[in-house]
Ligand binder design. Structure first.
Ligand code: AMP
Ligand code: MG
Length: 272
């Protein structure tokens, strides 16, 4: 097989100064071929799996993957695909929906902070504290003077996580409006998928443009070198999976976790 060129993907998807979603094509393929990309995901995930084992053994750092995207944007599918290559003992997945009464009685970071990964683990957030500057903003759930200040809180919170040992990788799954229409239609049509469909999804879809602006501002305000945002082309699942695996490998390689030294006498030991 022709191995897809992965060298530019991480930079190409990094939001950096290109936070306007119109600059990112949801149908991007980076010139890859579908079958080659599917093979490549397995190779990349093999590397990720070894690095995860070292992260776990080392126990000095953690990784938090924050997944954001619209309904039917592929958050669940991304988690399944990334998880498939990992040791479940070292992964911690948490989803964040409409806050419960207890959660609403605390500040908005309380519930997410309780679920940040332990050192040695890879944590995955299916939605996150970003909902508190996305749905909360778009639906006007708190006044602007309150949600505006949250960008600063979030920068400081993530900075603290990084300083204390947790790398934060933020992935926006960028799906086109037409692709979302097709996926929602498929959900409504399929008896095995229908349970995922909520009529509220259509209300959010009607607010598409407002969400795009809210995502843009969230990325602009919170994309830092320590906790970067990536815009992942989301319309083609095989592209999305290879991009996410490649970004994860990039960060794990940068952390470069090491196995702890063996106890004295173990190396060269002959057991009778
Ligand atoms: P899903 O992830 O599709 O199961 O849906 C979870 C729902 O919870 C989405 O509609 C989110 O917008 C909503 N949600 C998540 N966090 C918040 C929040 N902090 N405030 C209000 N709604 C939220
Ligand atoms: Mg929704």
């Amino acid at each position: 097989m022709a191995h897809p060129d992965l060298s530019h993907v991480v930079d190409a998807c990094r939001a950096g100064n290109r936070v306007d979603l119109s600059e990112h094509d949801p149908r991007e393929t980076f010139g890859w071929d579908k079958d080659d990309a599917k093979d490549a995901v397995e190779d990349v995930m093999d590397d990720v799996s070894t690095l995860q084992q070292r992260l776990f053994a080392d126990g000095e750092r953690a990784v938090l993957i924050v997944l954001q995207g619209i309904d039917a944007g592929g958050k669940g599918g991304t988690i399944r695909s990334v998880m498939a290559g990992l040791n479940p003992a070292g992964v911690d997945v948490n989803g964040f929906g409409v806050p419960s009464e207890e959660e609403r009685a605390h500040d908005y970071l309380w519930r997410v902070h309780a679920h940040t990964p332990e050192l040695g683990q890879i944590g995955i957030f299916d939605r996150s504290h970003y909902e508190d500057v996305l749905v909360v903003r778009v639906k006007g759930l708190v006044p602007e003077e309150r949600w505006r200040k949250r960008y600063g809180h979030i920068r400081d919170f993530e900075r603290m996580l990084v300083d204390e040992g947790t790398d934060v990788i933020k992935l926006f799954l960028n799906v086109s409006k037409e692709e979302q229409r097709e996926r929602l239609q498929d959900r409504a049509d399929d008896p095995e998928e229908r349970w995922k469909f909520r009529m509220g999804d259509l209300e959010d879809r009607a607010l598409w443009d407002d969400y795009q602006v809210a995502f843009r501002d969230a990325m602009r305000e919170t994309s830092t070198d320590d906790a970067p945002w990536y815009v992942v082309p989301g319309d083609r699942k095989w592209v999305r999976n290879l991009v996410v695996a490649t970004i994860l490998r990039h960060h794990l390689r940068r952390i470069d976790p090491q196995y702890p030294p063996a106890e004295d006498g173990v190396e060269g030991l002959i057991i009778e």
